[in-house]
Design a binder for this molecule. Structure first.
Ligand code: AMP
Length: 192
């Protein structure tokens, strides 16, 4: 199963992607986590992306595409993967399909977690208090949501046109959202 999970920050992508990864035994490939690890480790990549992330802006497409190409080529992604945080722009989405084809893979379903802006904002503000993430200031949160609508939301239509989208209502609690996702994934696993 090669899955992609799409939605604004605060939609619960990370939580649900982690659960999918555990229950279906797939690697959770989160570009946000990968970048935060490089920042924490003080690598060259981390030094480049740290300030960009703090401002709530996007890292360049070239860098992200190279990072994902390397990651999806690792053998733990052979049985499949849950991609979270990539693609975030049309250029990244356009790069993903040929990249997967090169390594003999194809994208399956795109789970789109739908939540209204006020719910997403409320959740991010709560997470900011709990975790103290450097990019969770109120200003950065607003900027990231605006960036999502401008750069990433158009991907939903892009994937819908390719018949890949499974819409999920991300508003209810974690357990209810999970039940919707499980229903979609279990349908996929049953041979037609
Ligand atoms: P996330 O944890 O997915 O919200 O990502 C945190 C931050 O990492 C984002 O606000 C961006 O600055 C950066 N980032 C993560 N994934 C991407 C991507 N695919 N393209 C550009 N920037 C990204």
């Amino acid at each position: 199963m090669n899955l992609l999970i799409l939605g604004p920050q605060g939609a619960g992508k990370g939580t649900q992607a982690t659960r999918i990864a555990t229950e279906y035994d797939l690697p959770h490939v989160s570009t946000g986590d990968m970048l935060r690890e490089s920042v924490a480790a003080g690598t060259e990549l981390g030094r480049i992306v740290g300030p960009i992330m703090e401002r709530g802006e996007l890292v360049t497409d070239d860098l992200m595409i190279a990072l994902i190409r390397e990651r999806l080529g690792l053998s733990d992604a052979d049985p499949g993967f849950v991609l979270d945080g990539f693609p975030r722009t049309l250029a990244q989405a356009e790069a993903l399909d040929p990249m997967l084809r090169e390594i003999g893979k194809e994208l399956g379903i795109v789970l789109v977690l739908e939540v209204p802006d006020d719910v997403a904002t409320g959740r991010m503000l709560r997470r900011a208090e709990l975790e103290g993430r450097a990019d969770d200031t109120p200003e950065a949160i607003q900027r990231r949501l605006a960036t999502y609508h401008r750069e990433t939301a158009p991907l939903v239509e892009w994937y819908r046109a390719r018949d890949r989208v499974a819409p999920i209502d991300g508003t209810p609690d974690v357990g209810e959202v999970w039940e919707q996702i499980r229903a979609v994934l279990d349908r996929l696993e049953v041979p037609a």
